[in-house]
Ligand binder design. Structure first.
Ligand code: NAG
Ligand code: NAG
Ligand code: NAG
Ligand code: NAG
Ligand code: NAG
Ligand code: NAG
Ligand code: NAG
Ligand code: NAG
Ligand code: NAG
Ligand code: NAG
Length: 515
């Protein structure tokens, strides 16, 4: 429909034709974030490292720029920066779409779908049958290190009838299987979401094919969990060490459809204990519950099978909360820059910490570096620096009551402003003048997050700027704000200013990021 509309406009108006052609050629395509070669993507699926290759699967409609005909798109990378686009991994077949799910290495061949010398990689996904609106759980496997995937002949592994007793929609809305092997119980565990329902269900299996329901986790079982956070989807679950104390805990993350600080969906993270059947959540502190305070970080999943020698838990999510509305024409939906997830005790609270993966630092595009310089209210720094894809890292000590403002993608009347308010330890991203915000009612706005750290010490801000996105990591990564922006291509300026006092810039490093 969209391309037919454009064709009509092009025939009628040669001037519009030139402008549209230019917009399409440029089309806000990110410089260092993954987006599909063409058409639609929503959240990542089945993230797994195999033989040192990072595999990215994602919900895709390979034939259109809107949600539909969902299948698992596929790309691989050796460094989480450069991605090779591969053919669809798990296609739509016999009218059954391949919705979201996860992958795991069946290293002991307990599924019997590989051999002991060549164990299989398993991909669990939700099958969606349009004709009867049924969602069920299905399995595919790979015996060639993730290159190609074969659907298990016995699918579905959990049918709608088996889901029905645990799902108020009678199994129509059971989806997004997260599956992992739980060594202490010697069983496979599946965590399922139930669309429009504020609960997850847990299932176990000896062979990853025959599954038994074992428990529910609902809102009312989690002390302190706000009841306004509803419609839980896309669970992930894994263990993380807690920095500073010699302890490891279970972590459960998921994406509620409603209730995030900036509105709409977002990603929450719980800690708790798990015995192989029941997740007992630690009491929730609403101030440390959300992984991201921007509008555009949804459906986060983590890479599995990362070797212990690496040891990182790396997550990524889709950036796009506006369906097909964003003003891109050849693609829709992009992946957040991959980020590490860690846990740390700061003061009396436990914080999830996120930072861009270190692979980013292998790109040497240094544009400027400021060291030990005081900035006063009558100064503007960085105004000679230009770029539309940047890595900006700052560390500063700021006067009581002062505000530091970093404007990015600045030009004409456009700018996106990252601010730090000392008075209330607040980090914010203001995209009210960021460029095109007409495409969706939620496209503008100011998003804020609290920095945990003592703000009489050094404050750290790490911002990744790309053609149509801003991701801001505050402190050690306990406050993150990720947003899409659609500035003019020519809005490539920067400025750094302070008001209400001065700031001592210990360092400000600006690098261009081009692959
Ligand atoms: C947009 O800007 C980038 C770099 O600033 C440039 O490489 C690209 O050609 C520009 N695109 C258009 C359509 O002008
Ligand atoms: C997998 O990795 C091993 C060790 O790095 C290597 O010898 C082997 O060729 C790789 N296999 C494939 C199919 O890439
Ligand atoms: C793996 O599964 C295959 C297929 O069932 C079977 O032939 C093989 O013996 C299994 N190996 C092990 C170690 O379980
Ligand atoms: C819906 O259709 C699929 C595919 O034919 C089938 O496997 C499933 O059992 C059907 N669901 C119901 C509830 O009839
Ligand atoms: C494979 O077996 C080993 C030894 O029993 C166990 O530690 C490991 O967790 C198992 N992994 C899977 C995926 O079955
Ligand atoms: C499935 O697993 C359950 C529980 O372990 C077991 O009772 C049942 O026999 C299994 N069914 C099949 C077909 O293997
Ligand atoms: C900046 O100041 C700090 C603190 O006084 C000092 O440790 C550091 O060496 C200085 N850096 C440079 C480049 O002068
Ligand atoms: C800028 O302000 C500082 C302190 O507010 C003052 O010391 C300095 O002289 C001013 N510089 C200029 C060029 O006005
Ligand atoms: C900026 O770069 C310098 C020199 O490499 C480094 O010492 C400093 O830690 C960097 N600052 C930040 C905030 O990353
Ligand atoms: C923090 O302080 C600034 C400056 O006074 C104010 O504009 C902002 O609304 C405050 N933010 C929060 C979250 O309190």
């Amino acid at each position: 429909m969209i391309s037919q509309g454009l064709t009509g406009a092009l025939k009628a108006l040669p001037l519009v034709c030139a402008l549209v052609a230019r917009a399409v050629a440029d089309d806000y395509r990110p410089a260092f974030h993954f987006c599909p070669a063409e058409n639609w993507m929503n959240e990542p699926n089945g993230l797994i490292q195999i033989n040192s290759t990072w595999h990215l699967f994602y919900q895709a409609d390979p034939a259109a720029n809107v949600w539909g005909n969902e299948c698992w798109g596929h790309a691989t990378s050796s460094d989480l920066l450069h991605w090779d686009h591969l053919p669809v991994a798990i296609p739509v077949e016999n009218g059954i779409e391949s919705f979201t799910g996860t992958s795991y290495y069946d290293s002991n061949n307990t599924s019997g779908l590989g051999t002991s010398t060549n164990p299989p990689y398993l991909a669990f996904f939700t099958g969606y049958t349009e004709s009867n609106k049924t969602q069920d759980q299905r399995l595919a496997y790979s015996t060639d290190l993730g290159q190609t995937w074969v659907k298990f002949a016995g699918n579905p592994i959990i049918g709608a009838a088996q889901e029905a007793p645990q799902d108020i929609s009678g199994g129509l809305e059971s989806r997004d299987p997260k599956v992992f092997f739980h060594a202490p119980s010697g069983k496979w565990v599946m965590v399922l979401a139930h669309g429009g329902q504020d609960k997850l269900t847990f299932w176990t299996s000896l062979d990853a094919k025959n599954w038994t329901w074992v428990s529910d986790l609902s809102s009312s079982q989690i002390e302190g969990f706000p009841s306004s956070i509803t419609g839980w989807e896309v669970p992930d679950m894994f263990q993380l060490p807690i920095q500073g104390i010699k302890k490891t805990t279970w972590v459960l993350i998921f994406t509620p459809a409603q209730g995030s600080p900036p509105g709409g969906n977002g990603v929450v993270a719980l800690t708790g204990s798990f015995d192989g059947e029941t997740f007992v959540a630690d009491p929730v502190d609403p101030s440390t519950l959300w992984l991201d305070y921007g509008r555009d970080f949804d459906g986060a999943l983590s890479w599995e099978n990362v070797p212990a020698s690496d040891g990182r838990r790396i997550i990524a999510a889709v950036m796009n909360s506006y369906g097909s509305n964003p003003p891109t024409t050849t693609w829709k939906g992009m992946l957040s820059f991959p980020r590490t997830l860690a846990l740390k005790q700061i003061g009396s609270k436990q914080y999830f910490l996120q930072q861009p993966v270190a692979e980013l630092s292998t790109i040497d595009g240094s544009l400027t570096s400021i060291q030990n310089q005081t900035i006063t209210p009558n100064q503007t720094l960085l105004s000679s620096i230009h770029g539309t894809s940047l890595d900006i890292r700052m560390a500063f000590v700021i006067d009581s009551g002062a505000t530091l403002s970093l404007a990015v993608r600045k030009g004409g009347s456009e700018q996106t402003v990252i601010r730090y308010f000392q008075s209330n330890s607040t980090l914010s991203v203001d995209r009210t003048a960021s460029g095109d915000i007409s495409y969706d009612p939620a496209a503008g706005g100011v998003h804020t997050a609290q920095l945990a750290q003592d703000n009489t010490e050094l404050v750290h801000i790490w911002a990744l700027i790309d053609t149509c996105s801003v991701e801001v990591f505050g402190g050690e990564g306990e406050a993150v704000i990720s947003d899409l922006i659609f500035p003019s291509n020519s809005s490539d300026g920067l400025s750094l200013e302070v008001s209400g006092g001065t700031a001592m810039l210990r360092s400000v490093n600006v690098s261009s990021v081009s692959l």
